[in-house]
Design a protein around this ligand. Structure first.
Ligand SMILES: [Zn+2]
Length: 304
């Protein structure tokens, strides 16, 4: 693949230290680095005095303590959760117990579609099935705090319940795992759905935020340009799949080998799921055909 997205992997933030990024935003990095989390999950603190926390992160006592230390002498009124993968929401109960904050999110974890027989989750960033928000937010709903107001922006795709949060005072967006500066987002069925994901990218393109704060890695300063490159990248990947299928029927491992050159071996499982996500979308659009429902071990061909 050409390096078509202007990735930024420079993120010198040390774990469990507080960094002020803009007048209203501070961030704290959890020490949970990995192939899917980059240097770790980033939690954000919004406001001064009466604050909100976006994504408390995984179940991690040190991280929870660092967050609580960062807001010592302040009141945490709200907790916002972008998605319910295990690197984002399991830290909620500790923060809620210590602060009494209201937990806001789109809803509990759920797959993007019904599970096929025998289908199981392959990714290690599996869902936090215990998560329940106190307050379910609808797309466009605004939660106002002391000196800040946050608009819920429903962005399904990475997970069915993924929500980004627009900080109106700073024209900034907490983008969760939907758009990240360091890598593309993993779209892995059954949690993720490519058609939803692409529609959510288009939705962000129509919005006015120029600065994104992702769930992992550094901020994105030219967000609309970056999102445009993200969309072009996915369309390029779709074209690669169609190009390979133009040479004949193929299974997912064959497509992964044809498309992902030099991939980190730890990511081949995720790459296979990402190709499956594209194929589900292509089959729904009747561009690609397969036997029965699209599955990880199916055979795929162009639908003529
Ligand atoms: Zn994540």
């Amino acid at each position: 693949m050409p390096d078509d997205i202007p990735f930024n992997k420079t993120f010198p933030l040390a774990p469990e230290t507080v960094q002020q990024v803009t007048p209203l935003v501070r961030r704290v990095l959890c020490d949970n680095p990995g192939p899917f989390t980059f240097t770790g999950s980033v939690s954000y603190i919004v406001g001064r005095g009466e604050v909100a926390i976006v994504d408390p992160g995984p179940e991690d006592e040190r991280h929870a303590n660092a967050l609580l230390e960062a807001v010592r002498g302040e009141t945490v009124t709200h907790i916002f959760v972008t998605n319910t993968h295990r690197d984002h929401s399991p830290g909620v109960p500790r923060i809620k117990a210590a602060t009494g904050a209201v937990v806001c999110a789109e809803g509990p974890h759920r797959p993007a579609r019904p599970l096929h027989i025998g289908e199981h989750r392959v990714l290690d960033s599996a869902g936090d099935l215990d998560f329940r928000p106190d307050r379910r937010l609808a797309d466009g709903e605004v939660v106002a705090g002391d000196g800040w107001s946050i608009e819920a922006v429903a962005t399904p795709g990475h997970t069915a319940n993924h929500m980004a949060y627009a900080l109106r005072e700073e024209k900034a967006l907490f983008a969760g795992d939907h758009v990240m500066a360091w890598a593309t987002s993993v779209i892995a069925p059954p949690d993720g759905a490519m058609s939803d994901y692409m529609a959510s990218l288009d939705k962000l393109m129509r919005r006015g935020e120029t600065l994104y704060f992702p769930g992992h890695g550094p901020e994105i300063p030219d967000a609309p340009l970056f999102v445009k490159a993200y969309i072009a990248h996915r369309k390029g990947r779709e074209e690669s799949i169609l190009h390979r299928l133009g040479k004949g029927e193929a299974d997912i491992p064959t497509l992964v080998r044809a498309i992902y050159i030099g991939i980190d071996p730890r990511l081949t499982g995720a790459a296979g799921l990402s190709v499956l996500a594209h194929l589900e979308d292509l089959v729904a659009r009747r561009i690609v055909a397969t036997q029965g429902a699209p599955s990880i071990d199916g055979l795929y061909r162009l639908a003529v």
